[in-house]
Design a binder for this molecule. Structure first.
Ligand code: ZN
Length: 178
């Protein structure tokens, strides 16, 4: 009689991190809460969660994803109320590869993605249920390090120009392109 092979179980790649463990606020939440208080007061009332993401490998360019920001949909908000969930690379965070400063940078970056939607009067936008509306903010600068090393701060100026050009069709970025 041959021993039956145990069925292969599906891998679980995400697990919500509890804010407290053994009565203490966990490191990731502590860092997040400190940063929200210091630099992200606009989302101080948002319901934020952190979840471990297991098994993220490097992509073909050798980039290892360390974290990601997921904005809660209306369905998410009605099920569990979270406005944002930050996925954090469990292996990178817990295997001593990141020091405290790098962990802060990583969480700070994700918090920068979490933004409040504004209405046409410049006031925080609310939904029909009177809840604040959020959006996932894009990066200000998205560039190759190679290009950054060649052009440095000109990249920021170019990004601002591009923004002005897009937002103001009367002043196109490139003359004669209309
Ligand atoms: Zn980002």
């Amino acid at each position: 009689m041959s021993a039956e092979k145990p069925p292969k179980r599906k891998k679980v790649t995400v697990e919500l991190l509890e804010r407290k463990h053994a009565g203490k606020v966990t490191e990731a939440y502590r860092i997040m809460e400190e940063l929200v208080e210091k630099h992200h007061s606009q989302i101080k009332d948002a319901k934020l969660a952190i979840a471990w993401r297991f098994g993220w490998g490097a992509d073909p360019d050798g980039h290892l994803r360390l974290a990601d920001c997921k904005k809660g949909s209306d369905l998410d908000r009605s099920m569990h109320g979270y406005d944002f969930v930050f996925l954090v690379n469990h292996e990178a965070w817990n295997q001593g590869r990141l020091d405290e400063q790098q962990k802060r940078l990583l969480i700070d970056h994700q918090l920068c993605h979490a933004a409040v939607c504004m209405d046409s009067n410049g006031e925080p936008k609310q939904d029909e249920k009177g809840r604040q509306v959020f959006r996932k903010r894009k990066h200000d600068v998205e560039e190759f390090t190679e290009v950054m090393s060649r052009y440095g701060t000109d990249i920021n100026r170019l990004a601002k120009l591009a923004e002005a050009g897009i937002n103001d069709s009367k002043r196109p970025l490139l003359a004669g392109q209309e």
